[in-house]
Design a protein around this ligand. Structure first.
Ligand code: NAP
Length: 242
């Protein structure tokens, strides 16, 4: 069903991104492993190929306009279109400081990857997504980006106050809605995914979910039928409050 489809996953050399690439590859997608490090990207793509997945690496640092431009041209030259873009690359910026102690520079750093990087990649890939019959964009958000949950002091997230990361994912949710609105009627569906607290390098493997569980919602949103939703924020159980 997905044999002629091409998916780009940013930050796919490890963690949840690698697992999303693996699951899409097993479904038949040709997967492009976006990685900011050539060696790590090649290793991840090689591992997927050894599992029978059609995978190739592509140098993409989501904070580097040149790598994004070169990557978009390479995908255009090789495939002529892009069916799925998973904006997965993300950084936490650390969770230590209370908001009033967070340096603005740290905020900028986190936003460069988690927000501006997503906008830059999406804009660069949009002509290729529009060239596909049914483009899909999945933005890897977080329950920590939910304003509803984080302002509820009784919820799991209400006890956390991680200014840079949480506000960057709330901004990403807003970016998701903005693109969904712009692309309404174009055939492209744009949604945000919440993978849940997952054991990866991101949190020194303290998460209680597996990457297999975490990737499920991104894969589902990447494979939506044409009458699927757009401009939503979902985890594997359904809609997450904004
Ligand atoms: P991870 O294991 O730390 O992987 C992050 C990936 O992003 C790595 O491949 C990393 O590359 C890449 N990356 C970081 N900055 C990049 C940049 N500037 N350009 C290109 N790639 C970059 O983290 P993860 O847990 O898989 O997280 C994946 C996504 O899920 C993130 O957006 C995260 O915010 C989100 N998320 C995670 C959790 C969780 O509990 N783990 C929960 C909610 C949401 P390098 O290997 O080169 O560093």
């Amino acid at each position: 069903m997905f044999e002629d489809k091409v998916a780009l996953i940013t930050g796919a050399n490890k963690g949840i991104g690698f697992e999303i690439a693996k699951q899409l590859g097993v479904l038949g997608f040709t997967v492009i492993i976006g990685a900011r490090d050539t060696v790590r990207g090649a290793r991840a793509a090689g591992l997927l190929r050894s599992l029978g997945v059609s995978a190739s690496p592509l140098d993409i640092d989501v904070t580097d306009a040149t790598t994004i431009e070169v990557a978009a041209k390479a995908i255009g030259d090789q495939y002529g279109h892009l069916d799925v873009l998973v904006n997965n690359a993300g950084i936490s910026g650390g969770a230590g400081a209370i908001p009033s102690r967070v340096p603005v520079e740290l905020m900028r750093l986190v936003y460069e990857t988690n927000v501006f990087g997503v906008v830059a990649i999406t804009n660069a890939m949009l002509p290729l997504l529009l060239g596909a019959p049914a483009g899909r964009v999945v933005n890897m958000s977080s329950g920590l980006g939910s304003l509803t949950l984080s302002s509820d002091l009784d919820s799991e997230f209400g006890k956390l106050n991680i200014l840079a990361y949480q506000s960057s994912k709330a901004a990403l949710n807003s970016v998701t809605v903005a693109y969904a609105k712009e692309l309404h009627g174009s055939g492209i569906l744009v949604n945000a995914a919440d993978p849940g607290f997952t054991a990866t390098d991101f949190n020194n493997h303290r998460g209680y979910r597996t990457v297999e569980q975490a990737a499920t919602i991104a894969v589902r949103l990447a494979c939506l039928k044409d009458d699927g939703p757009s401009g939503t924020f979902q985890n594997e159980s359904g809609h997450v409050p904004w």
